[in-house]
Design a protein around this ligand. Structure first.
Ligand SMILES: [Fe+2]
Length: 248
């Protein structure tokens, strides 16, 4: 059994639309652990437009730290071999680098990688522009759930060119098991076939419809594209990000 790494999930309680209380978070941690996940990076949403001013953002950061400590205390006691990290899923806005460097939101763990989300109808031009700007500032972007963006589905070569530029591409575990036919399924198939996908993560929001489980998707990828590649995208690559390794 391999140790899974979940780089994108909403387990931290009462900070976004993920776990709604401490018990819900603990239940989700239990599920993740029993599924074989041994590294979890909490990535609560960061949407700059939800805050009125700088003070509110810094207050929110303090809240994340306090909730994260509750999670760490629980895990240290119950699952000493489970490692936790704090990050954010950062919604696209004008100056993401400014937000990161001014501590309004988190990189992934203590790395120089950041998880970036775009609106589903964002244009390829806007996505490319944002990624290039981040790379120029020394931030290594991980693009969250690439299967959600119409720009990628319409033009799959965008995924390839962004990856060549230095972005890393993440797909949700649920999309791997859910989409069997249609445009999203064929987009994902071509990405996995070319080994363009760097990370599969849960994007878990609850314990039922979006639970923190990776094992089912791991089986699918392992069977279709080989165990070595499955180990890369479920374990080695996401861990190399959290350890801030330069190259995989
Ligand atoms: Fe998410």
């Amino acid at each position: 059994m391999v140790d899974f790494v979940d780089l994108h999930c909403h387990l931290l309680f009462r900070v976004d639309d993920g776990a709604q209380d401490e018990d819900a978070m603990k239940k989700m941690i239990d599920i993740a652990y029993s599924d074989g996940i041994r590294h979890i990076c909490f990535t609560p949403h960061f949407k700059i437009f939800e805050f009125e001013d700088e003070e509110q953002m810094h207050f929110h950061m303090g809240r994340l730290d306090r909730r994260f400590k509750v999670a760490c205390d629980y895990v240290n006691e119950k699952y000493p071999d489970l490692k936790l990290y704090l990050g954010n899923e950062i919604m696209y806005h004008a100056d993401i680098s400014d937000s990161l460097f001014n501590n309004r939101c988190h990189f992934l763990g203590n790395s120089s990688y950041a998880l970036i989300e775009f609106p589903p109808d964002c244009t390829g031009f806007e996505i490319e522009n944002t990624i290039i700007k981040l790379l120029r500032k020394g931030i290594r972007p991980v693009i969250a759930h690439i299967e959600r963006y119409s720009a990628f589905i319409k033009d799959p070569s965008l995924a390839e060119s962004l990856r060549e530029s230095g972005a890393m591409l993440q797909v949700n575990a649920r999309s791997v098991t859910r989409f069997k036919l249609g445009r999203i399924a064929s987009f994902l198939k071509s990405c996995f076939k070319k080994k363009l996908v760097d990370i599969v993560a849960t994007d878990a929001h609850n314990d039922s419809s979006l639970p923190p489980r990776l094992s089912n998707a791991y089986e699918v990828i392992s069977k279709k594209y080989g165990q070595e590649y499955a180990n890369d995208v479920f374990c080695r690559k996401p861990l190399s990000i959290l350890l801030n390794e330069k190259k995989f």
